[in-house]
Ligand binder design. Structure first.
Ligand SMILES: Nc1ncnc2c1ncn2[C@@H]1O[C@H](COP(=O)(O)OP(=O)(O)OP(=O)(O)O)[C@@H](O)[C@H]1O
Ligand SMILES: [Mg+2]
Length: 295
């Protein structure tokens, strides 16, 4: 094969790849059972999990502004690609050696309603759809869970059930979805000690298990806000990277400072600027990102 033919073949292969990973064209695929997904102890339950592939309506997601091209301003896809690159570099590149659990990433913000879930889901979709990487999205905002609602999932068992019941295995609460590379751990049943459970030893053990059992996988935690929820800081000690969502023109410098100053200094800290611009024909936000000190 000539060099040009090889280049064309590579491009054709790349194009095929990209098409097969686009959100709209994803088909429901069965969970491929890999050894890391089905530890010996959980083996008998594997079939249950295959039966419980959670279906995500990607058309509906697109309609609500998740990871689609607007055709006008720089697309949301491109914006998340940039954020993702930096996170993946930290997770699997040279910087990974300097971080504890670099593949665990928390998404939080100073206060409620600044776009944590929106960013966490888009980031997970971005990694699942475009990379040769599996991603696990964990709804750790257990007091105000919204991953199930946003993704249109009905599965109610999840993180809280695991933290409350020692007999539960990770595989009981970790679900494959109809988006091939995306797994989800929902928040689970509401419980009056939800937030306290996030600071439990079992949660720390779970984080370690997720980090080491799936070292090639990115785990994204949609977390409660940093201000006013002390458990979020405990969670921050379990992960290697933190993304703090800032709503442009709303989040004050003082609250960004208050939110980030207590964070573990060893964390790779990223700031995502989320500016929701809403008008009758434009529903999508703009993202910027920066790494390092937030001051
Ligand atoms: N960039 C954006 N463009 C359009 N809508 C957005 C954007 N960011 C957030 N939203 C919308 O704003 C609302 C709040 O966002 P989201 O639920 O992600 O915030 P949150 O920080 O997770 O809130 P909570 O603290 O309640 O968990 C949602 O309705 C979401 O769809
Ligand atoms: Mg949320």
């Amino acid at each position: 094969m000539s060099t040009i033919e090889k280049a064309l073949a590579r491009k054709a292969a790349k194009d095929t790849n990209e098409t097969s990973t686009s959100v709209s064209e994803r088909k429901v695929e069965k969970e491929e059972v890999t050894p890391s997904d089905s530890p010996e102890s959980a083996a008998p339950k594997t079939d249950d999990r295959v039966a419980k592939v959670l279906n995500i309506d990607t058309e509906n997601l697109k309609d609500r502004g998740y990871l689609i091209d607007t055709g006008e301003r720089k697309s949301i896809k491109d914006e998340f690609r940039q954020i993702k690159r930096k996170l993946l570099e930290n997770a699997f590149g040279n910087a990974a050696k300097l971080l504890h659990h670099p593949n665990l990433i928390m998404v939080s913000s100073a206060k409620p309603n600044e776009g944590k879930t929106f960013v966490a889901i888009n980031l997970a979709l971005s990694i699942a759809l475009e990379q040769d990487k599996k991603v696990l999205l964990v709804d750790a905002d257990v007091l105000r869970p919204s991953i199930n609602r946003e993704l249109g999932l009905e599965q109610s068992e999840g993180l809280i059930d695991y933290l409350l019941k020692p007999e539960k295995n990770v595989s009981d609460i970790l679900f494959q979805t109809s988006i091939n590379n995306l797994r989800v751990i929902p928040a689970g049943q509401p419980h009056h000690l939800s937030n306290e459970l996030l600071a439990s030893e079992r949660m720390a053990a779970l984080a370690s298990e997720l980090a080491t059992r799936y070292p090639d996988r990115v785990v994204i935690f949609d977390c409660p806000p940093l201000i006013g929820v002390t458990e979020t800081l405990v969670l921050a000690n379990l992960v290697g990277q933190a993304l703090v969502v800032v709503e442009e023109s709303k989040t004050t410098i003082a609250s960004i400072k208050a939110a980030t100053e207590s964070l573990n200094e060893d964390l790779a800290l990223g700031i995502v600027m989320n500016k929701a611009i809403r008008s009758h024909k434009d529903l999508y936000g703009y993202y910027g990102y920066g790494y390092g000190e937030s001051e």
